[in-house]
Design a binder for this molecule. Structure first.
Ligand code: DAT
Ligand code: MG
Length: 151
């Protein structure tokens, strides 16, 4: 429903390449609501938990090194079907397979430097939001523009 939330992160390469504003802008303009945002440098322990399902992959340790190599912009966005729509906005995991117009299709070329993370299901979104954010870091704010986005 309209209250669905997803976890989105601008990865260290996206921050270094000054893509934060562009990425936030795309979610804002789509009509989604920002409910959490912070710039963080996270430990490999948190990342190991975040990417636990990939622990047996050959790229796992490189992924942890990359993700802990600099600050990340962690965000929570809310709105109708935001989990699925955010994945569409991001493009495919491998930027080479991502269409122009998607974030990965517009701003990157390699799977190991794909600038953005987004939860892949409502269930993983809930897990990731509670891993990255405390309750006091999420804001419930004015619905004043929602009647212009939803009917
Ligand atoms: P996504 O980020 O699209 O959800 P995923 O969850 O399968 O993709 O993998 C998490 C991240 O791991 C991905 O964004 C980049 C990295 N990754 C995935 N497949 C990879 C591969 N074949 N080689 C190197 N890195 C990979
Ligand atoms: Mg994933």
């Amino acid at each position: 429903g309209v209250n669905e939330c997803t976890f989105i992160a601008v990865k260290p390469d996206g921050v270094q390449r000054k893509l934060v504003g562009e990425i936030v802008r795309r979610f804002e303009r789509r009509g989604f609501k920002l409910v959490g945002l912070k710039l963080v440098r996270v430990s490999e322990d948190l990342l190991r938990e975040h990417y636990w399902d990939l622990r047996s992959k050959p790229f796992f340790s490189g992924l942890l090194t990359y993700m802990s190599s600099g600050p990340i912009v962690a965000m929570v966005w809310q709105g109708l079907d935001v989990v699925k729509t955010a994945r569409k906005m991001m493009g495919e995991t491998n930027p080479a397979d991502s269409l122009p117009g998607t974030i990965r299709g517009d701003f990157c070329v390699e799977v190991g430097r794909n600038v953005i993370h987004g939860s892949d299901s409502v269930e993983s979104a809930q897990k990731e939001i509670s891993l990255w954010f405390g309750h006091d870091e999420l804001q419930c704010w004015g619905p004043s523009s929602s009647r212009w986005v939803y009917n």
